[in-house]
Design a protein around this ligand. Structure first.
Ligand code: ZN
Length: 467
């Protein structure tokens, strides 16, 4: 190890090789618990330095864990003793924005919010958006195929990505910085790295696709008393708004009443007595007609009793206040301590029965357990945050078994936008067939024959027979 660190120091400079307390003072968990265990943290300045470091690691069989903004929730960035962490925090370049082709080229270490702001300054939109926007990085977003609040309109980061530059395990640089939308010249190699969680290569740069900046934004919070009405309301609004629906976030009553309950800073835009709350938003290009269309669609839904109450934001501040309720994950995790967070997808028609079954099984075993449900219902993706009053590994495992087994029976997905990392690998078989997992391992072995890139993540073992 000392030998390789010495050689790496010559590549990146001693100030960019962190050792001892400089390593353990960082946490690779969220929420932060305990220090990073890696032998060293290396901070390369550019793709060539990443390549040179990986060549050395490949020759030595040295395990490498890549760090972005460290906001992941499944242990994908966790480093073990003896691992080398490659942090891309210095790779923060943002190119001039091409306003005609609507693209920007950025370094993997750029925070998401910096890309959003750069796009907006140029009169454009980078539509990926999630709560960790200030900390999470584009490289991490690509490695986990990040989703968030505007997927219903624009898709996940996979859809915002035109090209990537990545370094393979042996140091080979794959520069695939394509900047056109249509390119069917053989395999779409960039997709190999999207959602690969640092196991197939290290993304160092990306060409991102930008969109027109919306000129108008209409936001409402709506109350609904019947689960079946949620799906119908979604379909009706999507049709009435002509493709401009850009968020459809649902909060179950348990979420809304907890976040707006006693001592809350949020007030009650709607009374806490309804079964479901939808935060919906539509963005467009014409102030009066967009507003009219949005309000007419809501009035129609009220008139047909699909929804029972609605409040429309009349200012930017009111809009932010409504979103603050949905985004108050900190308030949630403080109220449900120690929190267990789940991120799942399933068909909308199955969600109600699924949530009921999980809730029933949890309260049978832990009568004092508490669970709240919310999420991106328009994408078929919900989050469960719950507590059983314990963080004991055996208890956590029992909760996971309940949550994932009920999902597996409904052909659901155990990770919609968080990835697999370490925490979900044991449950991968609920969502992917044996043949799919074997093909994933074949790809992993082909691109990283010595298994040095984020080893142990996604799969515990690369043997075909084991999951
Ligand atoms: Zn989410």
């Amino acid at each position: 190890m000392n030998n390789i660190v010495e050689k790496i120091t010559k590549i990146v400079g001693s100030e960019n090789v962190l050792l001892g307390e400089d390593v353990t003072s960082r946490s690779d968990f969220w929420p932060p618990m305990g220090g990073c265990q890696a032998a060293a943290i290396v901070r390369p300045a550019n793709t060539n330095e990443v390549s040179a470091v990986l060549k050395l690691c490949h020759a030595a069989g040295q395990a490498v864990v890549t760090h972005g903004g460290l906001t992941g929730l499944v242990g994908g960035a966790r480093a073990g003793k003896g691992d080398l962490v490659l942090s891309l925090e210095r790779m923060r370049s943002i190119s001039a924005i091409d306003t005609v082709n609507r693209t920007v080229t950025v370094g993997a270490g750029v925070p998401l919010q910096a890309v959003q702001e750069a796009a907006e300054e140029a009169g454009l939109l980078f539509p990926l958006d999630l709560g960790a926007r200030g900390s999470c990085t584009i490289g991490g977003n690509i490695a986990t195929n990040a989703g968030g609040n505007s997927v219903i309109r624009y898709g996940m980061i996979r859809e915002q990505l035109l090209g990537v530059e990545a370094v393979l395990a042996d140091g080979t640089i794959i520069s695939s910085l394509n900047s056109v939308i249509k390119n069917n010249t053989g395999y779409d190699l960039k997709q190999l790295f999207v959602g690969s969680e640092g196991t197939l290569g290290i993304v160092t740069q990306a060409v991102l696709r930008l969109r027109p900046l919306p000129r108008t934004c209409n936001t409402a919070l709506v109350a609904i008393e019947n689960f079946d009405h949620l799906g119908q309301f979604l379909g009706d609004m999507d049709a009435a708004l002509g493709g401009t629906l850009s968020a459809f976030e649902v909060m179950w009553n348990d979420f809304y009443s907890l976040i707006t309950g006693d001592g809350s800073k949020h007030g009650h835009p709607l009374k806490p007595e309804h079964l479901f709350y939808v935060l919906l938003e539509s963005t467009g290009g014409h102030e009066q007609s967009d507003k009219d269309r949005f309000e007419e669609a809501l009035e129609e839904a009220l008139g047909s009793d699909l929804i029972t109450d609605a409040v429309v934001a009349q200012s930017k501040q009111q809009r932010e206040n409504l979103w603050a309720i949905r985004d108050d994950i900190e308030g949630l995790t403080m109220a449900l301590f120690p929190p267990l967070v789940f991120d799942i997808s399933l068909e909308i028609q199955q969600m109600d029965a699924y949530v009921d079954e999980v809730r029933r099984q949890l309260s049978e075993r832990w009568p004092n357990s508490q669970m709240v449900v919310f999420g991106h219902l328009g994408d078929g993706n919900i989050h469960l945050v719950l507590t059983v009053g314990s963080h004991d590994p055996a208890e956590v495992h029992a909760v996971e078994t309940i949550v994932y087994a009920a999902l597996g029976r409904r052909h659901g997905v155990i990770s919609a936008e968080h990835g697999i990392g370490l925490d979900k690998r044991e449950y991968l078989h609920h969502s992917r067939s044996a043949e799919e997992i074997t093909l994933m391992k074949t790809l992993k072995r082909a691109l990283d024959p010595k298994n040095i890139l984020n080893p142990g993540k996604i799969f515990a073992s690369l043997a075909d027979t084991e999951q």
